[in-house]
Structures are given as structure tokens and as C-alpha cells.
Design a protein around this ligand. Structure first.
Ligand code: S3P
Length: 439
């Protein structure tokens, strides 16, 4: 376990390119593996989560070749792996791959780290069972390690019990191998990458909105080989957006950020809080300047569009005037860590006033007019908690030490390098967008 010390300091200035979007990266790899021929992917996320998905596809017989930040994937038929497939810390990896592998006529074992073994997998195993897949979890429960496979799937109509793009993605990937179309119905739309990328790679997908419900139907088939440039990850941009908003004198440009559905909830919330944040829809460039923030109320309906940004928005809230409430955030309990408990305890240690009330998070900004203080905090093994604490540390009194900093490598290995570059006010180039970074 590594420890990172973060000193408070002066303004952040300059332009950075955040890593390629993690959600898109997983899906592009899986689609490339299914396409019969060579696909080319640029800007793949360099984090360990995505690297694991790539290695798993290689273990299933797919060849990949990376040079100068460009990954070629030679897709086609998958073959049984020689051993268990280790997703590491990646919930997206295990759930999407479960959907892919359910449709294969061989069995695979999917496993991951301690956090993955605690996270609920019934949410994907239930629909896969309904489609006729052979699936089983540990000790009769639905926890990883999972056995998945069997093939012979039937299309189903499935209404998601929780707003989850991972579950939607799992069912739609399984649907590619079913004998008839598969429909997923959502009450609250989650990120749309699976359907967007399936459509872009030649798969037939029907999308509609009925009685306020989001309905997506995928037709069985295989993608065509493709070339795709992955835009920057908005969930990573959010850390710098909040950092620039709260550190006096800052002005940061985040280049080419993905600006699609259900990913930019944090932009709207920060703007509502009074942040100077401008997003150029044509280039995806996001410019953020320091400003005074005020508290806001975030409704449960908004949460699917900012589910990964709650920890960093809690940091913004701690520095805002007044109270910020986050409603309907119970899903945060079952992320890489219990993020509600981690935000409450770790930002609390730094002097923020954070309360969890059942499925609600309440942050009272600037307690007694005093800012945050630098102390020792713990990442809880969760990249987003570590990075949120690092941003809070920039405006704390005294240095902060973050134990379990290595968790950051799952999604953003060069986070600290980018912080130093922004402190120097220079313009780091996109050195980190090659597929092999973090390996
Ligand atoms: C993701 C969906 C979200 C998000 C995760 C990535 C995806 O999870 O938290 O980081 O790529 O589909 P849920 O589907 O559990 O909401």
C-alpha cells in the first residue's frame, strides 16, 4: 500500500488531457473482441481496470498489439481460457464480461480482488439466468468468483431494478448472442455507452422513450471491425473541475472531454453552485475558473448522471457557502468502497461537516467559517476517495497524507503527475493515453 503526501498550494493553471473514458474503453475492447477482423482504438484508458479487461480478452484467445498509443485488436471467435479471469478492482469489467461470456458455449470463471468479492452480482446473474445462461456465484450466493457460460440464450425483456449502466451493458452484451431481440427498460436513464457504441459498430439497436421509460432493444449479431478515438473521461475531468473551482486563482482547461448522455450531471451541479465552468460542445474542451460556490440540492433523479462524481462534489460542497444535499445516493454504498461511509469519515477527518442520513448525504459548507485541515486519511482502497481527498488537500491547512494511494492506478495512474503539471502552470501533453500505461 502506498502513501501520497499532498501539500496545499497555489493556483492550478494550464491545459490537460484526462485519460480516455474508462466506461467506453471497456466496451470498445469487448466489441473489438467480438468483431471478426482488426479494430483500432486510440485513447484507451491507461488504468489497471481497463488493462485487466484487455488481458482477459487475450486469455480468451484475442490478440492485441499496441504501439504509440494505438491499440489494434484482432477479434473473432473466443476460446476457453486456461484459468480464472481476474478483473482486479473493476465492477464494470466483471459485469460486462459476464454478459459477453454468458453467450459462449464454454464456461469461464470471473474473479477479482476483495472489493469485487463483496460487491453484489445478483443484479447481473438474475437477468442472465432468465436468458438461460449457466451462472453460479460463490458458496451458493451470487458473489464472485462467478462461473458464467453455456450459450443457447433467449432474448428477454428486462426492467432494471436499479439505474445501472453496468447491468444494462451486461444484458445487452448477452443479447448479442441470444436467439431473439433483448429489451432493457430503465426508469432513470443511465449512461448510454453500450447502445451508442453497438450502434456505431453496426449492430441493430432500437431506442425509444415510452411513458417516461427508457427502452433499448438489441438485436442478435456481431459488430463490424472499427476505428474509434476515445474522448477524455468526464469522471476524471470532474476532479480538476472542482480543484480549479476551489483553489484561488486557478484556471484549467480539460481537453476533449466526452460529453454524451448521463455523464455531465456534475457540470450542471457545479454551474448551479456558481462555478465558472464552460463546456465547448464542439471540441469537448471544459474551462473552469476559481469562484465562490454556494450549496445546492441534488435530486435522486440526477444521481445516475453523476453517480461517480458524488465524492468530489462533496469536496466542492465542503468549500461552498451553505448546505448541499444529495438525495437517493444509496448505490454509493456498493461501489469500490462504501463511498458514503468513506466520504463521511475521511472528509470528516479533514474538518468537513458531512452526514449520512439513510440514502442521503448532507454536507454543510465551511463549518464555522474555517476551511479544511491536512491530516492522515485513508482511500478505503477506492480510487475516487483517494483523488477526492487529494483535491480537498489542495485547500487544507497543512499537508495531507493519503494511505492506499495505489488505488488511483485503477483509473488514473498519472493523476499526481497531472497535479504537479497544473501547479507548474504548464501544458502536459497526452503522454498517458497509451494502452500500456499502468501495466
Ligand atoms: C459504469 C456504470 C456505473 C459507474 C461505473 C461505470 C459503466 O456503475 O459507477 O463507474 O461503465 O457502466 P453502475 O452501473 O453500478 O451504476
Amino acid at each position: 500500500m502506498t502513501v501520497q503526501r499532498v501539500e496545499p498550494g497555489g493556483p492550478l493553471r494550464g491545459r490537460i488531457q484526462v485519460p480516455g473514458d474508462k466506461s467506453i474503453s471497456h466496451r470498445m475492447l469487448i466489441l473489438a473482441a467480438l468483431a471478426d477482423g482488426t479494430s483500432t482504438i486510440r485513447g484507451l484508458s491507461g488504468g489497471d481496470d481497463v488493462l485487466r479487461t484487455r488481458r482477459i480478452l487475450e486469455a480468451l484467445g484475442i490478440r492485441t498489439f499496441e504501439a504509440a498509443g494505438v491499440l489494434n485488436v484482432h477479434g473473432g471467435a473466443l476460446s476457453p481460457a486456461k484459468g480464472p479471469l481476474d478483473v482486479g478492482n473493476s465492477g464494470t469489467g466483471i459485469r460486462l464480461l459476464a454478459g459477453l461470456l454468458a453467450g459462449m458455449d464454454f464456461l469461464s470463471v470471473l474473479d477479482g480482488d476483495d472489493s469485487i468479492r463483496r460487491r453484489p452480482m445478483d443484479r447481473v446473474l438474475e437477468p442472465l439466468r432468465a436468458m438461460g445462461a449457466t451462472v453460479a456465484g460463490r458458496e451458493g450466493s451470487d458473489l464472485a468468483p462467478l462461473t458464467v457460460g453455456g450459450g443457447g440464450l433467449s432474448g428477454i425483456e428486462y426492467r432494471l431494478p436499479v439505474a445501472s449502466a453496468q447491468v444494462k451493458g451486461c444484458v445487452l452484451f448477452a443479447g448479442l448472442s441470444a436467439d431473439s431481440p433483448t429489451t432493457v427498460i430503465e426508469d432513470r436513464p443511465s449512461r448510454a455507452h453500450t447502445e451508442e457504441l453497438m450502434l456505431a459498430t453496426g449492430i441493430t439497436v432500437d431506442e425509444s422513450s415510452e411513458d417516461g421509460l427508457n427502452v433499448t432493444t438489441v438485436h442478435p449479431g456481431r459488430p463490424e471491425p472499427f476505428t474509434h478515438d476515445i474522448a477524455g473521461d468526464p469522471s476524471q475531468a470532474a476532479f480538476w473541475a472542482v480543484a480549479a473551482a476551489i483553489v484561488p486563482g486557478s484556471e484549467v482547461v480539460l481537453g476533449n472531454v466526452y460529453a454524451g448522455p448521463a455523464r455531465l450531471g456534475f457540470v450542471e451541479v457545479l454551474q448551479r453552485m456558481g462555478a465558472h465552468l464552460v463546456l465547448d460542445p464542439a471540441s469537448g474542451d471544459m474551462t473552469v475558473r476559481n469562484s465562490e460556490l454556494v450549496g445546492t440540492d441534488i435530486a435522486a433523479d440526477e444521481v445516475p448522471g453523476l453517480v461517480d462524481e458524488v465524492p468530489i462534489l462533496a469536496v466542492a460542497a465542503a468549500m461552498a457557502e451553505g448546505v448541499t444535499t444529495f438525495d437517493g445516493v444509496e448505490e454509493l454504498r456498493i461501489k469500490e468502497s462504501d463511498r458514503l461511509a468513506a466520504v463521511e469519515s475521511q472528509l470528516g477527518r479533514m474538518g468537513a461537516e458531512v452526514r449520512v442520513e439513510n440514502d442521503r448525504l448532507v454536507v454543510t459548507g465551511r463549518p464555522e467559517g474555517v476551511g479544511l485541515r491536512g491530516v492522515g486519511v485513508d482511500s478505503h482502497g477506492d480510487h475516487r476517495i483517494a483523488m477526492a481527498c487529494a483535491v480537498a488537500a489542495l485547500v487544507a491547512k497543512g499537508p495531507t497524507t493519503i494511505t492506499g494511494w495505489d488505488a488511483v492506478s485503477t483509473s488514473y495512474p498519472d493523476f499526481y503527475g497531472h497535479l504537479q503539471a497544473l501547479r507548474n502552470g504548464n501544458r502536459p501533453e497526452v503522454a498517458d493515453r497509451s494502452a500500456d500505461e499502468g501495466s
